[in-house]
Design a protein around this ligand. Structure first.
Ligand code: SF4
Length: 396
């Protein structure tokens, strides 16, 4: 059996470990590229959301490399995600891929443990150590999810201070590679220190006072750099410190009901969106409010063109929250037509606007004292790992 799944940014590192530890071969899809997107666009319903088309292309590349089993997450709605797996399976069969099976992995509520049954179905093992192997696979998976989150958190902080453009990207790539190669529990236990040590070696300019921006949006678009035009790197290289709480680990913890940060964001968003309408909509609203209160300079909301939940969140931000919190926000709707030039121009204009606004607020504060209640308390915002990164930067 040769198993494949969508890469979703760097999340493939964790998925690969999970499947390989269960003793099954993994065939990684080719990273999304123009040709794969073209296949996805050609064979998908025209108005389906962009992640459907991009993942269709990814999975096709894996089938071409010999994969015979696709694992695809499914949900019970409330948006189109619930239909991805069955429609994609149908499309593949229609275009001539007959010898594969698609295994739906129900992620609606991970505490119902349906995923355990699915994994045993993918990796049937009657050996004596079947359960030991399974527990090890799950632990390695969770640890790698956490370290991927840490790597990207550090990336968001350090890139704003790097003296040589590209140095942070180089460290991130090396760490991802290292994490992929590390499958020993003892070595993995120390991996957080490895991440911090590697970033601590970066040549940085700690005297900078970068703009601080939060980013949130639909999960696939936010995590996959090809489809979001590598927004995290581009913004960071404009000298912006990025805060992103969304990650695979964050999502899994939420589905296991142990993500208290998300519960808090739901509480904050409740007056404007009292229920989960799909995508990341509720948490986008929660993060917008939290980032505004923490004195951030701006907020980026990215989502696929035609994504119903995220468009609803965008409307609430523009029509309601903007008046209450006045946090500058830029929206990016991505699809196969998205081009880099206009995107970069908009990002540059957004950074100029945030700079001007910051200067204006500082002038006002000099004249009138600390009138802005939220100003000044944002420097060490975020989880413990992010605070550690900031302390390295500020040599505390
Ligand atoms: S969240 Fe948006 S992009 Fe994702 S499946 Fe739902 S509608 Fe499509």
């Amino acid at each position: 059996m040769k198993v494949t799944f969508p890469r979703m940014g760097t999340s493939w590192v964790a998925f690969k470990t999970l499947i390989e530890t269960l003793g099954v071969e993994v065939v990684l899809p080719t990273p999304v590229n123009r040709e794969l997107v073209r296949f996805g666009v050609k064979h998908s319903p025209e108005f389906v959301c962009f992640p459907f088309k991009a993942t269709l292309g990814e999975l096709k590349s894996a089938l071409d490399k010999g994969a015979d089993t696709i694992i695809m997450a499914i949900d019970c709605g409330p948006c189109r995600f619930g239909f991805y797996a069955s429609v994609q399976e149908r499309i593949f069969r229609d275009v001539g891929y007959k010898k594969f099976r698609l295994v739906p992995l129900d992620q609606a509520d991970l505490l119902d443990f349906g995923w355990v049954k699915t994994l045993f179905e993918v990796a049937p093992d009657s050996g004596l150590f079947k359960y030991t192997k399974f527990v090890k696979a799950v632990i390695l998976f969770l640890k790698k999810c956490l370290y991927l989150q840490n790597i990207h958190t550090a990336e968001g902080v350090f890139r704003a201070y790097e003296r040589t453009q590209g140095a942070t990207t180089h460290i991130v790539d090396k760490l991802i590679n290292k994490l992929d190669q590390t499958n020993n529990m003892n070595d993995l236990r120390k991996f957080q220190s490895v991440i911090l040590e590697d970033f601590a070696k970066l040549d940085i300019d700690p005297s900078r006072n970068p703009l601080r921006v939060g980013i949130a949006g639909e999960i696939y678009i936010t995590l996959e750099p090809y489809v979001n035009l590598d927004i995290r790197r581009r913004v960071g290289e404009m000298g912006v410190e990025l805060y992103q709480s969304l990650s695979l680990y964050d999502w899994i913890a939420h589905k296991l009901h142990v993500n208290f940060h998300r519960k808090w964001l739901e509480h904050v968003a409740e007056p404007y969106m009292p229920l989960d309408i799909g995508g990341e909509a509720v948490w986008v609203i929660g993060q917008y409010i939290e980032n505004a209160k923490a004195g951030f300079d701006g907020f980026i909301h990215d989502y696929p063109f035609t994504c119903m939940p995220e468009i609803t969140a965008r409307t609430i931000i523009t029509n309601k929250l903007k008046k209450l919190y006045d946090l500058p926000t830029i929206f990016f709707s991505f699809d196969e037509q998205s081009g880099v030039e206009g995107f970069r121009t908009r990002l540059e204009a957004f950074c100029d606007l945030m700079e001007a606004r910051r200067e204006h607020r500082e002038e006002k504060r000099d004249k009138m004292g600390p009138i802005l209640s939220q100003a000044g308390n944002h420097k060490y915002y975020g989880n413990e790992f992010r605070k550690k990164c900031l302390k390295i930067v500020h040599k505390m």
